[in-house]
Design a protein around this ligand. Structure first.
Ligand SMILES: C[S@@+](CC[C@H](N)C(=O)[O-])C[C@H]1O[C@@H](n2cnc3c(N)ncnc32)[C@H](O)[C@@H]1O
Length: 291
């Protein structure tokens, strides 16, 4: 299902490479959620790259919204909702009177998402600070659970998927989005100055293959669609801000940051003032069996 990117580990197969990278990256991507997501500022530095520079027939949030099989009045849980950007962007495309529960490990994110979504035309709206691995909801509570770009933060994403399945009604579905390991490779190559592998750390932790395997193991079935898109970036500073918004770039020394700026400038010079990078970003859907 995937074409593995080549990044110089000639002796190792994909699973071995992924495991090595995962072991090296796990500490950074699963720790310090409060530092990274106490509020939406660091996430916004990365989101800016996508909102400003994406080349796609349909933007990411509208594309996801177009694939969610929601019905009027459905009870929906968004776990790891972040600042609620998805719902603000997608509400016009969605059926009416959804009963939406916004949940996130970060109380600051829940507050921001609630403020953003309160004026929107949902049938009901509530927020909960909650850990995806111990959801504070009864069994069979939701028609749909959405977990967008959050499972790569969990040490045991399979445990969270089991929880999501538990709170789904029979016949309900889980929508998961994530990146693959080769996402935005032309950007991640620049982080070599921090000692990083030239891969998307999120995709390395929970990429397409991981999502497919874990969802199939839990639900017995899974479908996948990849969002066709790339970045065409024209402002070097936006690359700098995005890639220094998370570890290890956020803790880099002044010398490393200076070398990083040089690497970015050289990449833009090679592209005649433009840096292009393909996205590997997709949506997985699984349905909970009835009875
Ligand atoms: C990259 S953001 C994604 C936000 C949003 N889903 C989106 O796609 O725009 C990841 C979010 O997952 C949340 N998160 C991380 N670990 C979590 C956990 N164990 N349970 C619930 N939320 C978690 C973070 O606080 C953060 O808001």
């Amino acid at each position: 299902m995937r074409a593995w990117p080549r990044f110089g580990h000639a002796q190792a197969g994909p699973a071995v490479i992924a495991r090595r990278i995962w072991e090296g990256r796990m500490a950074a991507i699963v720790t310090d959620n409060a530092g990274q997501y106490g509020d939406s500022r660091k996430l916004a530095a990365r989101a800016r790259l996508h909102s400003q520079y994406s080349v796609a027939e349909t933007g990411w949030f509208p594309w996801v919204a177009g694939q969610l099989p929601l019905r009027t009045g459905d009870h929906v849980l968004d776990i790891g909702c972040g600042p609620g950007w998805f719902w603000a962007a997608a509400v016009d495309q969605l059926p009416q009177a959804l009963a939406l529960t916004l949940a996130d490990l970060s109380p600051g994110m829940v507050d921001e998402a609630l403020r953003r979504c309160a004026p929107l035309p949902f049938g009901a709206l509530r927020g909960e600070a909650a850990d995806a691995t111990v959801l504070p909801f009864v069994d069979d509570a939701f028609d749909a659970v959405v977990a967008m770009h959050m499972l790569y933060h969990l040490p045991d994403p399979g445990a969270a998927i089991a929880e999501m399945a538990r709170v789904l009604k029979p016949g309900g579905y889980l929508a998961v989005t994530t990146n693959d390991i080769g996402n935005l490779r032309a950007l991640h190559e620049l982080t070599a100055v921090f000692g990083s592998d030239p891969v998307d750390p999120a995709g390395a932790a929970f990429g397409f293959e991981d999502a497919e395997n874990l969802l199939r193991a839990q639900f017995g079935e899974v479908s996948f669609a990849r969002h066709p898109a790339r970045l065409r970036i024209t402002e070097p500073d936006d690359v700098f801000l995005a890639l220094t918004s998370y570890p290890p770039g956020d803790k880099a020394s002044q010398a490393q940051l200076a070398r990083f700026r040089e690497a970015i400038e050289a990449a833009f010079a090679r592209g005649n003032g433009v840096l292009e990078a393909d996205k590997q970003i997709g949506l997985f859907l699984s349905r909970k069996a009835r009875g």
